[in-house]
Ligand binder design. Structure first.
Ligand SMILES: Nc1ncnc2c1ncn2[C@@H]1O[C@H](COP(=O)(O)OP(=O)(O)OP(=O)(O)O)[C@@H](O)[C@H]1O
Length: 253
């Protein structure tokens, strides 16, 4: 069976800096995949290229066997994206955002209305549906962003740090929706720094460091008897910068 996502030699430079230095990422279909790595590892740059938001300098990307940059329209119909920074249409209400997004996707308006109502209910946003998105809290923005990403029932969903700044109640709602989504055979790829969460949710993990994939596979193969946090620290090299310097910090005045 074709993988949901496959990249070969994916490469991106910004000036002299190589942000992504030849990434071969594999995401099996139907998996709940965690993309982890320290700050600056290249996760957002990789996800931006995979989702057609940033043009690669080299390499290939296939989603469900379709080349992202040669066949962008058919790929974009198959994917949902919750990007970093949540660039949303701020001056629309939550409900208007869903209605607009659904119509842009070419879904008949009655069907968009039905799906929007269900998503607003599941995300616990019914009371806030007529409020402008600009006035939403961080958690509400993540939830309406996820609703917008799911509206056209994509086969693969990409989420850049979906749980950042989200309270435990909203996080549980997001998790329930995502679990239901993958249970039906769809694929989720999300980046996160929260190892406990990745360990709890994911069956497949890709670890990035300094622009490369340094480990990837089923969760248990990457962990190899350790916690994911221990495996992560071993793989990326615990840097231990905190042991020297800052001698002035905490000294009495
Ligand atoms: N638009 C840009 N211009 C210049 N450098 C960039 C740009 N975007 C990313 N970079 C650099 O590329 C590298 C990878 O960044 P990226 O945001 O992909 O990392 P990340 O793994 O998502 O990090 P974090 O976990 O902190 O979000 C970093 O060194 C970053 O400074």
């Amino acid at each position: 069976m074709t993988d949901a996502v496959r990249t070969q030699g994916l490469y991106k430079r910004f000036g002299h800096q190589t942000a992504v230095g030849g990434v071969d990422l594999v995401v099996p279909r139907g998996s709940f995949t965690g993309l982890v790595g320290p700050n600056g590892a290249g996760k957002t740059t990789t996800l931006s290229m995979i989702t057609g938001l940033l043009r690669p300098d080299g390499g290939r990307i296939e989603i469900d066997g379709h080349d992202v940059w040669a066949d962008p329209v058919s790929v974009k119909a198959r994917i949902g994206v919750l990007p970093e920074g949540l660039r949303l249409f701020e001056r629309l209400s939550g409900r208007e955002l869903l209605m607009y997004g659904g119509q842009l996707r070419g879904i008949p308006i009655d069907e968009v209305g039905r799906r929007a109502d269900e998503l607003l209910r599941v995300m616990d946003l019914v009371e806030a549906q007529d409020k402008l998105v600009v006035d939403y809290s961080t958690g509400m923005r993540k939830k309406i962003g996820l609703a917008a990403a799911l509206l056209h029932n994509p086969g693969v969903l990409f989420l850049d740090e979906p749980f950042e700044g989200v309270d435990p109640v909203s996080a549980n709602t997001l998790i329930e929706v995502l679990r239901r989504y993958t249970a039906s055979g769809s694929t989720v790829v999300f980046s996160s720094h929260v190892m406990d969460l990745v360990e709890r949710l994911c069956d497949w993990v890709s670890v990035m460091n300094r622009g490369l994939v340094v480990a990837q596979g089923p969760l248990d193969d990457v962990r190899r008897g350790r916690t994911l946090n221990e495996a992560f620290l071993d793989l990326v090299g615990a840097r231990g910068n905190g042991e020297e310097g800052l001698s002035w910090l905490g000294s009495p005045a």
